[in-house]
Design a protein around this ligand. Structure first.
Ligand code: XMP
Length: 584
């Protein structure tokens, strides 16, 4: 059955987030390419055009079928680029902003009777754009503005066309949920028809259809997604038809292999195999310093190990297919939807896996679900909270938290702090950045310090604050550093300390994820520093950096600075955007 709402993907990082928010409000939704023909969308109650990295004036920028703007039974909401596209196509005008606006703004309401119903002036909204609408199309009126964006929302209620320049789908827009709800229920007349746990039977049916009598061979990571996907397969096909296998990449956290073994034993898995491939991964990664290169190598090694296992066992006889726990955000951030820029390559979307997909030898029961929906499904399947509430951990593991550099370099004094020539990945206005960091000597008072500084200094995308060190920053340098066994071990020990202390102090429950990053920055005896990156998030698409209580910071520093080779401990203050959660 067709969903009530279709989100038209104009290449925005937030496109799936919109669809998810719609589902969270109990309304079925899907994501389709922005240029989907109006005829294919007939019967939808509403369409939402997402944001995107392009400018409407760029050649090749995402387009929509103009027909969707004149279907009386279907209301349309344009978000960010969606608003600009609507203005552009209907006779308004869009201009290049003098500078981008990335971050919080306050909405002044001009007309509160439609999608802004119940929203008072002064509410916080989240902006991430450069271009803006500077004249509304004929028939439209302005609904709201912000200090730097005179047309922050516009509408033509007669034609049922609505638009916002800000992002109602992100948590930083405090009343965003109500704005979406106004659109869905008041404008579109949607009814509640969606809940993820209602889908379980259908998912199991689909698994049986795709498996078509073959058995499923499952690479388990011990994470929520792959465990829930595995359990669904186990229920749909029976334990005799599902084989679990865990690849020990040597890039995992301490104690992980034993944890995973226990989880699968408890699930009643009949067959569970552990493949030790640590040496193979490390050897392949030798000399790689570029984040995307590291990700590709890891992806290819996963495939190589998978192929080897397939070949060495009876798995090649055509009776087996590969199961995976891929979820929606994995797809979007690898450029999986048509137009999103590649921010990071995810290990399960590289060429080798694509080949398996193309030959129909793959099953991804959760590929249409979001993280919180996966947890809900898992809970319904009876999985324990200890597993479902685990912090997410990336497939490429500690490798993307162990930063490498080719040659020695030195920090440079700026007005704001120290420019440290270690580059990390970020995301700004839907595009990827790869830039050096700014290190400050103390945690600043202002919570917007990192965002403000990054908006002002074009050359950086991340700000870290010193929590403790053996040496002053001016004595430290960036040595050439590779991904090798001693540095990995150093990171693993540090990560275990952080995990233990954050569980003991109760901090772990207050945050969504706590990556610990090793950066080459220190002295000859102590060549590395540790960066703590506790973040709060709903699904990893956006995130905010979380404060560390001074008492906990002190304990962390005391133990971390005692680790062999560690010179300093920093706290990453950057939100996402403009920094990603992981550094690579
Ligand atoms: P970023 O760094 O893109 O991370 O802000 C968002 C979330 O995704 C996780 N992540 C990954 N998960 N394979 C995964 O399974 C990957 O390659 C990968 N890269 C990032 C990250 O830990 C965070 O939760």
């Amino acid at each position: 059955m067709d969903p009530q709402i279709t989100v038209l993907d104009a290449g925005g990082q937030y496109c799936h987030l919109i669809a998810r928010k719609v589902r969270e409000l109990g309304v079925s939704s899907e994501v389709r390419s922005s240029d989907t023909a109006a005829s294919e969308l007939a019967g939808r109650r509403g369409l939402i055009i997402s944001g995107g990295p392009s400018s409407v004036y760029e050649a090749g920028s995402p387009q929509i079928d103009p027909g969707i703007l004149s279907q009386p039974e279907t209301a349309v909401l344009g978000i960010c680029y969606g608003q600009q596209l609507m203005a552009h196509l209907l006779g308004g005008s869009v201009r290049h902003g003098d500078r981008g606006e990335y971050g919080l703004a306050h909405l002044q309401i001009a007309q509160a009777d439609t999608i802004l119903k119940g929203i008072g002036s002064g509410e916080q909204v989240w902006m991430s754009h450069r271009d803006l609408v500077d004249a509304v199309p004929p028939g439209f009126e302005i609904l709201g503005s912000t200090e730097t964006c005179p047309i922050a929302s516009m509408a033509d209620p007669v034609r049922r066309l609505y638009a916002v320049q800000f992002h109602p789908e992100v948590v930083h827009t405090t009343r965003g949920r109500e704005i979406l709800s106004n659109f869905l229920f008041d404008v579109c007349g949607c009814v509640k028809d969606w809940s993820p746990t209602n889908q379980i039977e259908k998912l199991e049916e689909e698994i049986r259809t795709v498996a078509a009598g073959r058995r499923v061979f499952f690479f388990a990571s011990g994470g929520v997604d792959s465990t829930v996907a595995y359990t669904l397969c186990l229920q749909a096909l029976g334990a005799a038809n599902v084989q679990g296998i865990y690849v020990d990449t040597g890039l995992m956290r301490q104690g992980e292999t034993d944890f995973v073994r226990q989880v699968f034993a408890d699930l009643g898995a009949k067959t569970f195999l552990v493949e030790d491939a640590g040496d193979q991964f490390l050897e392949a990664l030798r000399g790689a310093t570029d984040p995307e290169k590291k990700r590709h190598i890891i992806g290819e090694q996963f495939v190589a190990v998978q192929e080897r296992i397939l070949r060495s066992g009876e798995f090649l006889d055509g009776q087996w297919i590969l199961g995976q726990g891929t979820i929606y955000p994995d797809t979007i951030e690898s450029g999986g939807t048509a137009k999103a820029e590649v921010i990071k390559t995810h290990h399960n979307r590289v060429a080798g896996i694509q080949k398996l997909i193309d030959t129909n030898r793959i099953i991804e029961p959760l590929s249409g679900f979001y993280k919180d929906e996966v947890r809900e499904v898992g809970r319904k399947l009876g999985l324990p909270d200890a597993l479902l509430e685990r912090h997410p951990f990336p497939g490429p593991g500690l490798a993307i938290r162990c930063l490498c550099t080719d040659s020695e370099a030195f920090p440079q004094r700026l007005d704001e702090g120290w420019l440290v020539p270690v580059r990390s990945v970020g995301v700004q206005g839907d595009a990827r950045s790869y830039r050096p960091i700014l290190a400050v000597e103390a945690v600043p008072q202002s919570e917007t310090f990192a965002t403000d500084t990054i908006n002002r200094l074009a050359g950086i995308n991340r700000v870290i604050a010193l929590l403790g060190s053996h040496t002053q920053i001016q004595e430290m340098r960036v040595p050439a550093a590779m991904l090798d066994a001693p540095r990995l071990e150093r990171l693993r020990i540090a990560d275990e300390i952080v995990r233990r202390l954050s569980i003991e102090s109760g901090f772990e429950q207050k945050i969504w994820q706590f990556p610990v990053v090793l950066i080459p920055f220190g002295t000859t005896d102590r060549p590395d520093s540790i960066v703590l990156r506790p973040v709060d998030s709903v699904d990893g698409m956006t995130a905010s950096s979380v404060k560390i209580d001074p008492a906990l910071a002190k304990r962390l520093c005391r133990e971390l600075l005692a680790v062999q080779g560690v010179c300093a401990v920093f706290h990453d203050l950057t939100h996402k955007p403009p920094g990603t959660i992981e550094w690579e």
